[in-house]
Ligand binder design. Structure first.
Ligand code: NAI
Ligand code: 3PY
Length: 319
């Protein structure tokens, strides 16, 4: 099989610091685009057997208009941007990258939890405003600090990243509880959401975005959480109802929230979580995965996935 591959959105992966040789060696021809808008996708994929995407959406109509396509390589773990069913119906194999950034994403998640517990953004802003010099004492303690040891962390998603976060949280002396997820077989050793939420001091999300997990955390779930609990989302924006979270923070219901992901990325200015008056909210720009080490592992996995597919034994196939 000839192997013409088109990478539709290389720019988030390649920041000028990677060795792309394995990727170029994996195909007879590789065309790379920095980014592709929705109306460029079909034209760019004409004659391509392989599409490589990170967050570009490949829906049923797009796939129908690309009859040569045999393989989609996702340069990420999350595959919610691909219509997996439509791909399967057309005999297109979809492979993702797995465990490529476990230390990087887990440290980011813990960083968000630590920043919430220690009120890092508030103290940093206070020092920048000159509050320390004015304080008349050696320290500034304007914002209550939470000790994590002995507190309970709830996990929704206990795969690669959830397990790594669990290990780090246990190293901080936290008790970890895992929740059952909609769309997955119920496991007796895990807690149903309504039982889990009132018990946790912090909740962190590490599951995929699917139709069943969309708005997993909405107004009802936020209300079940302790009024001083933390919510952390380094998985996918659609897992949390953003308006409900903004309302809860404004009411002072949560101790704080931190998110690395928003429902649409890049976000629009009218995203409810970008409102300037929201207290105790930390936002990072979907940067949790982005160490050079993690991005280089993605390059390696994309090349491995391509080689395995051409050898007739696909690996990391998700459909
Ligand atoms: N912010 C970032 O930079 C990154 C975000 N992610 C997100 O984190 C998510 C989790 O990544 P990993 O832990 O590596 O994945 P994983 O596949 O190892 O673990 C996923 C967890 O969710 C559960 N799960 C799987 N399919 C499900 C479904 N259909 N419905 C409900 N639950 C399901 C699994 O049981 C498992 O507990 C990814 O799907 C991705 O969306 C991943 C990497 C980087
Ligand atoms: O790997 C993922 O799912 C990410 O979101 C990073 O691209």
């Amino acid at each position: 099989m000839s192997s013409r591959a088109v990478f539709l959105d290389l720019s988030p992966l390649e920041q000028g610091d990677l060795d792309l040789t394995p990727l170029h060696s994996a195909f007879s021809e590789l065309v790379c685009h920095e980014q592709s808008t929705a109306d460029q996708i079909v034209e760019r994929l004409q004659g391509a057997q392989v599409a490589i995407v990170n967050k570009v959406a490949l829906n049923a109509d797009t796939l129908a208009a690309c009859p040569d396509l045999k393989l989609i390589l996702v340069s990420a773990t999350g595959v919610n941007n691909i219509d997996l069913q439509a791909a399967g119906e057309r005999g297109i194999v979809v492979c993702n990258c797995q465990a490529y950034g476990t230390p990087t994403v887990a440290q980011h998640t813990l960083m968000l939890l630590l920043a919430l517990a220690t009120r890092l953004p508030d103290y940093q802003a206070a020092v920048a405003r000159g509050r320390w010099q004015e304080s008349g004492q050696f320290c500034l303690l304007d914002f209550p600090i939470v000790e994590l040891e002995g507190k309970t962390l709830g996990l929704l998603g206990h795969g690669e990243l959830g397990s790594a976060v669990s290990r780090l949280a246990e190293a901080f002396g936290m008790r970890v509880l895992v929740g059952n997820l909609p769309g997955r077989p119920r496991r007796p050793e895990r807690l149903d959401l309504d039982d889990l939420l009132p018990q946790v001091d912090a909740l962190t999300l590490h599951c995929p975005l699917t139709e069943q997990t969309r708005n997993l955390i909405g107004a009802h779930e936020l209300q079940l959480m302790k009024p001083n609990a933390f919510l952390i989302n380094a998985a996918r924006g659609g897992l949390v109802d953003e308006q409900a979270l903004a309302d809860a923070l404004r009411r002072g219901h949560l101790g704080g929230a931190a998110t690395d992901v928003l429902t649409s990325e890049p976000p629009r200015d009218d995203n409810p979580l970008l409102a300037p008056d929201l207290p105790r909210l930390i936002i990072t720009p979907h940067s949790a995965w982005g160490s050079r080490e993690a991005r280089q592992r993605i390059v390696g996995q994309l090349a491995e996935n391509a080689a395995a597919f051409f050898a007739g034994a696909p690996i990391r196939q998700v459909n």
